[in-house]
Design a protein around this ligand. Sequence first.
Ligand SMILES: [Zn+2]
Ligand SMILES: [Zn+2]
Length: 137
Amino acid sequence: MLEGGCLCGGVRFRVTGKLGPAVYCHCKQCQRASGSAFAANAPARTRYFELTSGDDLVSEYESSPGKYRAFCRRCGSPVYSRRDADPEIRRIRLGTLDSDPQRRPLAHFWVASKAPWHSINDSLPQYPEDFVPEKSR
Ligand SMILES: [Zn+2]
Ligand SMILES: [Zn+2]
C-alpha cells in the first residue's frame, strides 16, 4: 500500500493497488501546474485510490474540457487528476508519495513542448506528444 499527501499535510491519500506505468510529462499544463520542467505521473485505479483526510480541502480545476486537476486549497499541491472519459483512473504525482512507489518512469511524453531550459539526460524513449504504452494495469 502506498500513502501520500500534500505539502501542508491536510490532504492525505492511499493507493491500495498497484500503480500503472509512470511517465515524465513535459506538457505545458504540467509545467504550469508544477511550476517546474515536467511532472512525474502514474495512474492508479479509482477504486484503489482513497482520500484518507482533507476531502474538504480538495478543489478540482477543469484544465481542459472533461479533465480535472485536483489540488489542496490550502497549500496548492496537486493531489490527482481525472478525466470524465476515463472514470476508472486517477493520475497521481510520484512526488506526493511518502515512500518508493517501485515504479520507475518509462518514457518522456510531450517532449515537443519541453521547457527550453531543461535537457533530458537519460536514455528513456521520448515522444513528441502523448503515447500510451501497452496497457499494463
Ligand atoms: Zn495542503
Ligand atoms: Zn502533462
